[in-house]
Every structure is written in structure tokens, then in C-alpha cells.
Ligand binder design. Structure first.
Ligand SMILES: NC(=O)c1ccc[n+]([C@@H]2O[C@H](COP(=O)([O-])OP(=O)(O)OC[C@H]3O[C@@H](n4cnc5c(N)ncnc54)[C@H](OP(=O)(O)O)[C@@H]3O)[C@@H](O)[C@H]2O)c1
Length: 255
């Protein structure tokens, strides 16, 4: 895939919109963007968690209680806020079971949440279109590369999120829209609700306790590191690739 023509967006003074901003990576991303001078609109379904984020970040953070998979929400918020930075971070926590213990409904949940969100918001970003120089960052997962055998359809859904982002990048280039689309593939970490559940399940599957499992894995990501990586992706012109793996060592471009 080609290098994108536009890279490096000044964050201070822009409007950023972050889905899943109530906790975990999304809270880390909202905090980092606020600290870099953006006005941040944060979307999640739990108003209590969004209120906590607002108490922490102040007036620079606008909470919106809504379902990020709803196409009307995507259209309405893009029209209203016209973000220069859009971070599609909300995601379903998959049921941790081996494949034959999934039903179709549990298997496909990440498709109904993560892929549906990526599809609707990416489409709205292209149709608006967002202003030239805008950037849309989609949270995929290292699972999209490595697999995740006890997460049902999660790894495939996250691979599709990466494809949706890359396809949109091609359409942006073809239409000379100047919107950058980037997917980020973080490695597994117990530092969030979703990750803690997954780590506990993988430890149990390996027949070890969580500390032993984490010793084997080595250092893991924090929401602060994810926030810092998103700020780098938005503002550093050197980060012009369509997809990046993210670990404690930082961002590495994927071909
Ligand atoms: N943690 C990891 O190890 C890891 C690794 C790779 C990739 N990721 C990806 O990183 C992203 C963030 O995950 P996380 O670990 O921070 O998870 P988390 O702690 O469970 O947080 C998920 C956030 O998304 C929101 N959300 C979920 N469904 C939503 C919906 N339909 N509409 C609006 N908001 C919704 C949640 O709030 P409400 O429930 O209040 O809506 C919450 O704020 C996800 O896309 C995940 O797949 C995580």
C-alpha cells in the first residue's frame, strides 16, 4: 500500500472526536489529545464514566452519551463537530471461549460493534468529506496479525477494521480529499477492562496464574502509551503509513 500524501496535523486548536472515551485506551487517547491542545468530544454509552473523564479534563472535554455503532449517531456527530481528528476506538469485549463454545451471536459480536462502527464512521468521514489534513485513526488489534483463538470473531473483525481503514485511505487519495486513514494494532495488555478479561482467559488456558502469564509476555502497554502514540500519529509527518503495530517499544509501520 502506498505512502499517504498528507501527514502531520497540528493538534492544538483542533476538534478531536474519540469513541469509547469513557475508560481504557479511549480515556488515555482523549487525555493525550486534550493535553496537546485539542477540544475533545468523547462518545460512550456509560454517562458516569464520561462524567469522570470530564471532571478530570475540564471544559476541553465534551461528553456525548451514545452508541457508536448507530449510523445516525455517526452522521449527526460528524456533521455537528466536523472533527479534524477522529479516533474510532470503541470496541466490544469478546466472550473468551474456544471456537466450538461460541454461538454465532457471540462469535459475531465484534463484527456488530467494531466493524460496524468502522464502516459507518469511515463512510461518513469520506462523504462529509472531513477537511483536507484531517486524520481518522481506527483501533484494530495485534490479534488481526497474530490471531486470538479464544476470542471468537474478534481477530477477523479487527483485520476487517484495518482493511476498512486502508480502503478508505485509497478512496481519499483517488478523490484527492486529503483525509488520512490510519489503523493502529495494539498488542494485548491487562491495563483495560477488555484486556484484563482476555489476559485472565489466556492465563487460565495456559494453566498458569495471571502474574506468571504476564512474566512470560513481558512489559505491556498502558492507556497513556496508546494516547502518546495517537498524538504522534496525528502530528508527526514521519508517520505516513496506513497501519502500525503498537507495543511498549512504540509504533512500527506495517507493510
Ligand atoms: N486492551 C487490549 O489489550 C487491546 C488490544 C488491542 C486492541 N484493543 C482495542 O482497543 C480499543 C479499546 O479497548 P479497551 O481495551 O480500552 O476496552 P475497554 O476498556 O473495554 O473500553 C472500551 C470503551 O468503548 C466503549 N464502547 C464499547 N461499545 C461501545 C458502543 N457501542 N458505543 C460507544 N462506546 C462503546 C466503552 O464504553 P461503554 O461500554 O460505556 O459504551 C469503553 O469506553 C478496542 O477497539 C479494542 O478492541 C484493545
Amino acid at each position: 500500500m502506498s505512502t499517504q500524501e498528507i501527514a502531520g496535523t497540528e493538534i492544538a486548536g483542533t476538534t478531536a472526536l474519540v469513541t469509547g472515551a469513557g475508560r481504557g485506551f479511549g480515556r488515555g487517547v482523549a487525555t493525550a489529545l486534550c493535553q496537546a491542545g485539542a477540544r475533545v468530544v468523547g462518545v460512550a454509552r456509560s454517562s458516569g464514566e464520561l462524567a469522570e473523564v470530564q471532571a478530570q479534563l475540564g471544559d476541553g472535554f465534551t461528553p456525548v452519551t451514545a452508541d457508536a455503532t448507530d449510523p445516525v449517531v455517526a452522521g449527526r456527530l460528524i456533521d455537528r463537530y466536523r472533527p479534524q481528528v477522529l479516533v474510532l476506538n470503541a470496541g466490544a469485549s469478546p466472550l473468551s471461549r474456544p471456537i466450538h463454545r461460541h454461538t454465532w451471536e457471540s462469535f459475531s459480536r465484534p463484527w456488530e460493534v467494531d466493524v460496524k462502527q468502522a464502516f459507518h464512521w469511515t463512510r461518513e468521514a469520506l462523504l462529509a468529506p472531513l477537511d483536507p489534513g484531517s486524520v481518522v485513526i481506527a483501533l484494530s488489534s495485534g490479534a488481526a496479525v497474530f490471531g486470538s483463538p479464544i476470542s471468537g470473531g474478534y481477530a477477523g473483525a479487527k483485520a476487517t477494521v484495518r482493511f476498512v481503514s486502508a480502503y478508505a485511505g485509497e478512496e481519499s487519495e483517488r478523490g484527492a480529499l486529503g483525509i488520512r486513514f490510519v489503523s493502529v494494532l495494539p498488542k494485548l495488555t491487562p491495563a483495560t477492562g477488555l484486556g484484563e478479561t482476555a489476559v485472565a482467559a489466556y492465563a487460565a488456558r495456559a494453566g498458569v496464574d495471571v502474574p506468571t502469564f504476564l512474566d512470560r509476555v513481558g512489559p505491556t502497554l498502558t492507556p497513556e502509551q496508546v494516547g502518546k502514540a495517537v498524538v504522534e500519529l496525528v502530528s508527526d509527518p514521519g508517520h505516513d503509513r496506513p497501519a502500525y503495530l503498537l507495543g511498549v517499544e512504540g509504533l512500527s509501520a506495517l507493510s
